[in-house]
Design a protein around this ligand. Structure first.
Ligand code: ADP
Ligand code: MG
Length: 668
């Protein structure tokens, strides 16, 4: 039975994802405070919060060094810098009535004995009993105090039933503690109680909810219909007959997987994974053609304008000769052009639309969208990915997500488990491996010499500046300074500049000049990180490489080694190196394997970062940790199948219990 919550607190609880009294049961503590034991004020250890108690003697308002309420109790002084008049009265009354103050906080030695600043406190009778369980500290939000939350949880524990979902046989097989006992224990453990088994149960349940959710989403997708895009159309045939190069075996295999999905009447949801430079773009173009052949539209979305423009050029070169109309849309286009692009997308005059996320915002309407492709999908935040998912679900379109960042096993078993995955695990022939060198910034002179020699030999080079956030003025200034300095140091070279805050047209022009060989050295920020493809560039210098993340370094390095020449990636680092930076540089130096790098990245940073969780603000999993709890994840996967087969309504209740308002975030 679920009673409604008091309306005043309800809106605050909603912020925590708590919709009902029943949800409170699964709002578990972050940590505990020990109020089961009293420490004598003079015996309190410094730096550790403890519970102390003493009879109140008097309260006064002092003015030095600052206005404050000072409460004198036997052997104990409490100080409050912010206080109400009513508190002064409360302590005066306590002194008259011989009551005690019981305070929780860090005790420090002071003028008049032990002192606590701003403790949590209560006025109590001298013999008021102590708590016999630890005091939980819950995640909360502004204006909702722990005391209120605790009271609500205790009420919920009394009134709400905790339904066991996992059948006994399964529970015994997996060695799981019973749910009710676990939840009760975690809300009010006795001091010294072992909570490990209870947490394990909670984590299992959360992972199980996620697995169930993914399976149901997948099943639901199979129930929906999408346009059938056969692989037998005339345009596709003609394109395959005049490809700019021979597809690798991996590309051919993945193309077949893609075309098979598109030929079915259910929306595809496929992730195309292939290391940088493996040739995903042409596979995307082939998918688009299947849609165009069948009289439908396709959309290709890229995370940066530079990449969107590059796709637009490539697609135009490949498909333009076949008479395919392609529209290009991004936020930086002049209003008139944007309007035109929108119009041709809405009328169906454009068969393929290429752009940034602007494609799926600003009320762009597609006449007949059948295929939505997201390039470098890991670069979009969780929110954007969900938005896109919703859009293409409404349109019942097929979806292809592409990523150069391999998905570590734990993630592919969890967040990505409802996707079908294709992997291009082979690079086009003739690629020379990139040699990575770690060079101290003190040897900058030698590096400049290396650039001079390469450019004199007709090669091109990137100089990457450590602008991690394009919005950061100081970062940007450092890039501009680097550009000026390099122009002074290398006066004979033609040097270009590109960064995220240039106007889109300027950015495009700078990229064009570099691609055409008009500039020899491109000073840039991470705007070139994804997708940019200039095969003649064979040297890359990354300044302050110690500040970059692993995935970024790997992506950046993927910009070179695309032509026939052996390429060098020079990682300039500034000493001294932090331990984390040293670990990252070691990984990138030792490995060129995107998969190994991603596994290391996951271990060093945790899954939230990889998923773009930070942008979303909402935690994806509250209790389980994909890396630490990997064995539990495997158990949850197996259990999900059993449970779903045995009792589907129960599975729905389980999802609602653990994911609730977060249900959407279970999938990415
Ligand atoms: P990514 O998978 O990183 O998106 P791209 O699609 O940009 O890779 O391809 C990288 C480069 O390799 C491009 O210049 C592309 O034209 C070229 N390429 C792709 N496939 C092949 C192939 N089978 N043979 C030769 N070159 C190829
Ligand atoms: Mg690409």
């Amino acid at each position: 039975m679920t009673r409604t919550l008091p309306p005043a607190t309800a809106s605050k609880l909603a912020k925590l994802g708590i919709r009902s009294r029943h949800d409170l049961l699964y709002h578990l503590p972050l940590r505990y405070e020990d109020e089961t034991r009293l420490t004598a004020p003079e015996a309190a250890l410094p730096g550790v919060p403890q519970l102390v108690q003493a009879p109140v003697r008097r309260a006064e308002i002092a003015f030095r060094p600052k206005r404050q309420l000072v409460v004198h109790a036997d052997g104990l002084v409490l100080r409050f810098l912010n206080f109400y008049g009513s508190q002064v009265k409360q302590f005066e009354r306590a002194a008259q009535e011989g009551r005690h103050v019981r305070a929780y906080g860090e005790v420090r030695p002071g003028w008049f004995g032990a002192e606590i600043v701003h403790p949590r406190y209560r006025i109590v009778a001298p013999d008021e009993p102590l708590a016999d369980t630890l005091t939980p500290v819950y995640p909360t939000t502004a204006g909702l105090g722990q005391a209120v939350l605790r009271k609500l949880v205790l009420e919920a524990l009394e009134e709400e039933a905790i339904e066991e979902i996992v059948p006994t046989a399964l529970r015994e097989r997996l060695g799981l503690a019973p749910l009710e006992a676990s939840v009760r224990l975690l809300h009010c453990p006795a001091p010294g109680a072992d909570t490990a088994a209870a947490w394990r149960r909670v984590k299992f349940d959360e992972l199980l909810a996620q697995q169930l959710q993914l399976r149901l989403a997948r099943r639901k997708r199979r129930e929906r219909t999408a346009p059938v895009l056969p692989a037998s159309g005339a345009l596709l045939k003609r394109f395959l007959g005049r490809l700019p190069f021979r597809l690798t075996r991996a590309q051919s295999r993945v193309m077949a997987e893609l075309l098979r999905d598109l030929g079915q009447a259910h929306p595809m949801q496929r992730l195309l994974q292939g290391d940088v430079g493996s040739g995903k773009t042409i596979v995307a173009a082939i998918g688009c053609l299947a849609a165009v052949d069948a009289g439908w539209q396709a959309a290709v979305m890229a995370p940066t304008e530079i990449l969107a423009e590059q796709h637009f050029r490539k697609f135009s070169a490949w498909l333009g000769p076949l008479g395919v109309a392609i529209a290009w849309l991004h936020g930086g286009l002049p209003a008139a052009e944007r309007k035109n692009a929108r119009k041709s997308i809405a009328s169906g005059a454009a068969s393929i639309a290429i752009g940034t996320q602007a494609l799926f915002q600003e009320g762009v309407e597609f006449a007949r969208l059948a295929l939505a492709i997201v390039d470098e999908q890991h670069r979009f935040g969780v929110k954007q990915r969900l938005q896109l998912r919703k859009k293409s679900e409404q349109a019942s379109a097929h979806q292809l997500m592409m990523s150069a960042t391999p998905i570590p096993r734990t993630l592919s078993m969890s967040y990505y488990a409802d996707l079908d995955v294709s992997v291009i695990d082979e690079l086009p022939p003739g690629r020379k491996p990139v040699t990575t060198r770690l060079v101290s910034a003190a040897r900058r002179g030698e590096v400049l010499e290396r650039i001079r020699a390469a450019c004199a030999d007709g090669q091109q080079a990137y100089w990457v500046c450590p602008v991690i956030e394009e919005s950061n003025d100081r970062d940007l200034q450092a890039a501009l300074d680097a550009y000026e300095e390099l122009r002074r140091e290398l006066p004979r070279l033609r040097i270009g500049l590109v960064h995220g805050r240039m106007a889109p047209a300027q950015k495009a022009a700078a990229m064009q000049e570099f691609a055409a060989g008009a500039t020899q050295l491109l000073v840039c920020t991470t705007v070139i990180e994804v997708g940019v493809d200039v095969p003649n560039a064979s040297l890359m210098v990354i300044e302050h490489a110690e500040r970059f993340g692993l995935a970024q370094l790997h992506q950046l390095r993927g910009r070179i080694g695309r032509g026939a020449r052996a390429s060098d990636c020079i990682l300039l680092f500034q000493e001294p190196l932090s331990e984390g930076a040293r670990a990252r540089l070691k990984v990138i130096y030792e490995s060129a394997d995107g998969f190994a790098i991603a596994e290391r990245d996951l271990a060093l940073r945790g899954p939230g970062e990889l998923l773009g969780e930070r942008q979303s603000g909402a935690p994806l999993l509250r209790f389980a940790d994909l890396v630490a709890d990997e064995p539990l994840l495997a158990d949850a996967r197996a259990a999900a199948d059993e449970l779903l087969a045995a009792d589907e309504p129960l599975a729905h209740r389980h999802i609602d219990r653990w994911l609730g308002v977060r249900a959407d975030f279970g999938k990415v």
